[in-house]
Design a protein around this ligand. Structure first.
Ligand code: GUN
Length: 282
């Protein structure tokens, strides 16, 4: 048996088209959504992401404001920039690209962002809102995973979901979103006992560990839906956290790497910016 491919690239393209339509309607009313992206330092991967975010922001008709600061920028200068962006009515969303240089306090910087403009959903207020079922800005990567799961499965109610990885960016918010959709959720991590056995109980398996080909085919329950969040650079090119060749023989559906979760992340950033703009004007 061979699994259905969940085409994140096509899904993201469709989402961007819908966003562009809504942006055009807003512009007709004199409102142009604006996204500010802040990059500190010259991390090559971050530079690629930031360029891609700026390009796609413009493509859907939004304004893009890029702020590139040298790696040695004092934290106080970054905080002052965030204050200016918080106060700027043309800026509806603010994203500070992570990781930040070691001399900066990531938590302090993120929490300086006005929660209403926190399109990453990383501030403690948005994390708390998500956890307590209030209207929150939801982190982009897990939001993209949720959209693909809903599209593929319809209702997630009562499904057994296993999330491998407990990061603040993916694992924890992914678990909250699955719980909000009434899945039965287990978060697994490096200390989990019998991880293969646990994974075999999962109707929905989300891998976000950052280890190439970590999840093997015999960890996958036949017919399960597998979401691979990993993007690992290897000698064989980009590969996910799931051994795709093995898992696709067993799974019912699976996201490829590349072309699965990745494209959805930026599309969801644009969706969050649109939501922030609508809330600011509504
Ligand atoms: N670095 C890696 N992923 C992300 C993300 O989703 N948001 C931000 N701000 N930085 C990142």
């Amino acid at each position: 048996m061979s699994a259905t491919l969940i085409d994140g690239k096509a899904f993201a393209a469709g989402l961007r088209t819908r966003i562009a339509t809504e942006v055009a309607a807003m512009k007709a009313q004199g409102i142009t959504p604006g996204l500010a992206v802040v990059l500190v330092g010259e991390d090559p991967a971050s530079q690629v992401y930031v360029r891609s975010k700026g390009k796609q922001t413009l493509e859907v008709g939004m304004n893009s404001y890029e702020h590139k600061l040298p790696a040695e920028t004092p934290e106080a200068d970054l905080l002052a920039l965030i204050e200016r962006l918080n106060a700027d009515p043309a800026v509806n969303g603010i994203l500070v690209q992570l990781p930040l240089p070691a001399h900066m306090d990531e938590e302090a910087v993120i929490n300086a962002i006005l929660p209403e403009k926190d399109v990453d959903g990383f501030t403690v207020l948005n994390v708390g809102r998500l956890a307590t079922g209030q209207k929150a800005m939801v982190p982009c990567t897990p939001l993209g995973c949720l959209m693909m799961l809903r599209e593929h499965l319809g209702s997630l109610s009562g499904k057994n979901a296993v999330v491998i990885g407990r990061s603040n960016i993916v694992g924890k918010p992914m678990a909250q979103l699955l719980l909000r959709d009434s899945a039965t959720v287990t978060i697994a991590h490096s200390r989990t006992q019998d991880l293969p056995g646990l994974c075999r109980t999962a109707d929905i398996l989300v891998a976000a560990v950052g280890r190439a080909n970590f999840v093997k085919g015999d960890w996958v329950k036949p017919g399960a839906t597998v979401i691979d969040v990993g993007i690992n650079r290897t000698d064989d090119g980009l590969v996910g956290d799931v051994d795709f060749a093995e898992a696709e023989q067993v799974a019912g559906a699976i996201t490829p790497v590349p072309g699965g979760v990745g494209p959805m992340t930026i599309a969801c950033l644009l969706a969050n910016t649109l939501t922030a703009t609508a809330r600011a004007n509504g």
